[in-house]
Design a protein around this ligand. Structure first.
Ligand SMILES: Cc1cc2nc3c(=O)[nH]c(=O)nc-3n(C[C@H](O)[C@H](O)[C@H](O)COP(=O)(O)OP(=O)(O)OC[C@H]3O[C@@H](n4cnc5c(N)ncnc54)[C@H](O)[C@@H]3O)c2cc1C
Length: 418
């Protein structure tokens, strides 16, 4: 019997466990999932909490209930992995031996790494919506906000869902318009990037939308310090952005146990991983899914979902002593909520920019274009998450590779001009 241990019971760990359980009989493989708590948060829902459009209770479910029968759930904090001994150490001194290890421990927030961020003003005028407690506190702060400058600031990349801070800006524009005080609120988006987003075509489109909605864009802003007492962000080069309320996306890193495990991670505690096979580069029997990997794809639930098929195929191939398939193409697919009941959709992979057109084929959801249909898609996605994506079911018509049908190709000259 093959012992498969999956570290992390979030998006990637859950869907991989369920797909593997379907693949192997209980006589052929033992599957154990480890997580430090039993609260599975639907993280895309955190965006809506500060605007009173969702509550944390509505986006959290027990982890164990998302796992098919025949999968053991072990609640406990991971202390370290001993690659040589093929052993996981938990903080209660328990150990778990494995034949195959799947790392699905995601990315963690590291607000303590930014000077001043957790000091004066934290949870009073400085918040993040990237975790439930602060997203809930921010809801009250926004409700009480009567006017002034709000800055949304990404401290540094990589972050989970790189479009979420932009969505926050768009929703803030809608929220204060609805409250009738938009003219009293100045919105600023301060980013370390040289544009609104990483990909040129999408960056141009999203930058225009910020401008249309009256959101000031401050680029190449590398936050060195958050001064909550005096309401300012201070960049390493000395430039400052004033605020009455700051919504900060803290630095991200891989889970701390990765750093405690000799040879497992890089300097940010992400795990070196082959970007196509999802086999780790640290040991052949270790595979990595989702935000924990150092692959050059977005840190997004959609990416994690699309990786699942290749990873499961390759675990099967590895156990059978067969060659691995370079199956993952970097496919990412993100709805971008733009306020006023509309959203955009972007679809891209390692080789192809987000392009206009339709998804998943010539007839489908409009790409890079605001529409009510995309907004409904974003809202419906929560249902798909719990009922299709986590159980490891294939969604009809949606494959894991990026579809090329329906996309409008962009000429090289237009791409470099944008
Ligand atoms: C505000 C926000 C909005 C987002 N919006 C979108 C969106 O619209 N679309 C999209 O595709 N993606 C979105 N994402 C990103 C998406 O949620 C993540 O990319 C996805 O959940 C990654 O899955 P994962 O399995 O890698 O990590 P996770 O789902 O985060 O799971 C990691 C698990 O590992 C566990 N763990 C970590 N360390 C330890 C330890 N030492 N011991 C035990 N357990 C441990 C954690 O408890 C956690 O359950 C958003 C994220 C945020 C924060």
């Amino acid at each position: 019997m093959t012992k498969i241990v999956i570290l992390g019971g979030g998006t990637g760990g859950t869907l991989v466990a369920n797909r593997l359980r379907r693949l192997y009989s209980e006589a052929d493989a033992e599957i154990v999932v480890v997580d430090q708590d039993d609260h599975h948060v639907y993280q895309p829902g955190l965006l809506f909490v500060p605007f009173g459009l969702s509550r944390v209770e509505e986006i959290v479910r027990p982890r164990a209930r998302q796992l098919h029968s025949g999968i053991s759930f072990k609640e406990g904090a991971i202390e370290s992995v001993d690659i040589e001994a093929r052993l996981v150490h938990l903080s209660d001194d328990a150990t778990l031996p494995y034949d195959v290890l799947v790392l699905a421990t995601g990315a963690v927030l590291a607000p303590e790494e930014t000077e001043g961020l957790l000091e004066a003003g934290w949870m009073e005028r400085v918040f993040t919506f990237y975790e439930p407690e602060s997203a809930t506190a921010l809801e009250k702060a926004l409700r009480d906000f009567k006017g002034g400058r709000i800055v949304v600031n990404v401290i540094d990349m990589p972050i989970k869902c790189p479009v979420a801070p932009l969505e926050f800006c768009f929703l803030a524009d809608w929220y204060f318009t609805e409250r009738g005080i938009r003219d009293k609120v100045q919105l600023t988006y301060a980013t370390p990037l040289d544009g609104a987003f990483t990909k040129p075509v999408a960056s141009k489109q999203l930058g225009s939308m910020l401008a249309e909605k009256g959101v000031e864009l401050v680029t190449e802003f590398n936050t060195g310090e958050v001064d909550g007492a005096n309401g300012k962000l201070i960049a390493y080069d000395g430039t400052e952005v004033q605020f009455d309320l700051a919504v900060v996306i803290p630095l991200h890193s891989g889970a701390a146990y990765v750093g405690r495990s000799p040879g497992l991670g890089d300097e940010l505690n992400f795990v070196p991983t082959d970007e196509r096979t999802l086999q780790s580069k640290v040991a052949p029997n270790i595979f990595v899914i989702g935000d924990a990997a150092n692959v050059p794809a977005s840190k997004a639930g959609s990416v994690t979902h699309f990786e699942g098929e290749t990873l499961v195929e390759n675990v099967k191939g590895f156990v059978a002593g067969e060659a691995l398939i370079p199956g993952f193409d970097g496919h990412a697919n993100c709805f971008i909520e733009s306020g006023f009941h509309k959203a955009l959709l972007i679809d891209f992979n390692y080789d192809t920019e987000p392009l206009s057109g339709h998804y998943p084929a010539a007839i489908g959801l409009p790409l890079l274009k605001e529409s009510r249909l995309n907004h409904l898609g974003k809202l419906m996605f929560q249902w798909f998450y719990w009922h299709s994506l986590l159980p490891g079911r294939d969604i009809p018509g949606i494959g894991s590779d990026m579809p090329v049908a329906g996309k409008t190709q962009v000429k090289k000259s237009e791409r470099s001009a944008s």
